[in-house]
Ligand binder design. Structure first.
Ligand code: ZN
Length: 397
């Protein structure tokens, strides 16, 4: 058995205190009671956190005991530092500067150029980060930028910061993390975009889910992120959980991967657009947002395809996911959520018809955090790491 040193213990207690304060304004006595730590130990660690700027005293709360002194309340200072967040695909890159709880403070989105040499593209992004930091400084924001999270489509080696493969880029085994950390001199964390999206839900759940969580992100493609026991599940080689190319309909439409009837070829927004164009060519040139407007104006063809095609195929795939993971919650994220509650209802209906009673207990819902999901996902990687024993000291020294 590994011995836990005094210092490790102190670090753990410090983190527990920080998490407690983050989950709601509270006093030293409440922390002591909630964590079972002595009042002097809590006080000493809280004083340290105040010195570091992570915690502030916000005034006095109500007295609980008759005649007792009103306790001093403590609050987490999310804007003591900033996090840089990047997401990119073969069309655009997005950069955000966010506070420690992922609130976007500065944001930019620009057209990208994908060069054969990844370094040239990354140089563009690094320049974008520098420009945005400069903008923040010009507006009086002097906080240090602690770390940078990057969310990309494709297969990534999170530990080594290597982008193994992406269908959207010509690069193979590109060590993006190392290259960027040399330019920016801060820790860089690279993650697959679907998994980054799950970090957004973890960050915003504030402990509201306890066990297994599955996020399905539906946009141009379909991505799936799975959280088991508060850890994002990656699989032995970083490829988990990729259900986009699971065969759902053996003689369904041709997929860009070369197979037929993959889930992505049936249930993504791309597939929705293609099916709509097959019904009537007049929809071919429209963006998803425009089609959603038509749906709101009661266009019967759009409604039929959205609910009975896209909704149906999403339900079929999600029923399988529920059977595999039996999650507490399954959250649908991404552009598709713009379609609103009727689609959500339809998906749930299809799922309910196809799963057993125990699986039916999983809660299925649309995310409330789909706006700027990719770049917020990149930021949420760092926010979650900031509150983890494993990574905290890499980000906060
Ligand atoms: Zn496929």
């Amino acid at each position: 058995m590994k011995m836990i040193s005094k210092n490790d213990m102190k670090e753990r207690n410090r983190m527990s205190i920080l998490k407690t304060i983050r989950s709601g304004v509270c006093s030293r006595a409440e922390i002591s009671a909630a964590l079972g730590l002595s009042k002097p130990a809590v006080s000493a660690l809280v004083d340290e956190l105040i010195k570091e700027g992570l915690v502030v005293e916000t005034g006095r709360g109500d007295s609980t005991e008759a005649g007792g002194k009103k306790p001093i309340l403590l609050d987490f200072q999310a804007d003591v530092a900033m996090i840089a967040a990047v997401s990119f695909n073969n069309k655009h890159y997005e950069i955000a500067l966010v506070d420690l709880l992922g609130v976007v403070k500065f944001y930019m989105k620009k057209k990208i150029r994908i060069y054969d040499d990844y370094r040239q593209t990354i140089d563009l992004i690094v320049q974008g980060i520098r420009d945005l930091i400069q903008e923040a400084r010009a507006q009086g924001q002097q906080q240090p930028v602690m770390a940078c999270g990057i969310a990309v489509r494709g297969l990534v080696d999170t530990d080594k910061g290597i982008m193994r493969y992406s269908s959207a880029m010509p690069w193979k085994d590109a060590p993006i993390g190392e290259y960027m950390s040399q330019s920016l001199d801060i820790p860089i964390f690279l993650e697959n975009d679907a998994r980054a999206g799950t970090y957004v839900e973890m960050l915003n759940s504030n402990g509201n889910y306890r066990d297994t969580l599955v996020c399905v992100s539906v946009g141009i493609g379909i991505g799936t992120g799975v959280v088991i026991g508060n850890e994002v599940y990656r699989g032995a080689f970083g490829g988990a959980v990729n259900l986009a190319h699971a065969t759902i309909d053996h003689d369904g439409p041709l997929c860009r991967c070369g197979n037929r009837g993959c889930w992505e070829a049936l249930a993504s927004i791309t597939a929705f657009g293609e099916e709509l164009s097959r019904r009537d060519g007049k929809y071919a040139e429209l963006e998803f947002g425009e089609i959603v407007s038509l749906y709101r104006e009661d266009d019967p063809i759009v409604a039929d395809v959205l609910l009975n095609y896209t909704g149906y195929w999403l339900g079929i795939g999600i029923a399988t996911i529920l059977n595999v993971f039996n999650p507490e919650q399954l959250i649908i994220q991404g552009e598709i959520t713009q379609a609103g509650p009727e689609l959500e209802k339809k998906i749930i209906e299809v799922v309910q018809q196809r799963v057993s009673a125990v699986t039916r207990r999983s809660q299925i819902r649309f995310s409330e955090h789909s706006e700027k999901l990719q770049v917020r996902g990149a930021a949420a990687i760092i926010s979650n790491h900031f509150f983890s024993d494993m990574y905290h000291r890499m980000i906060w020294q």
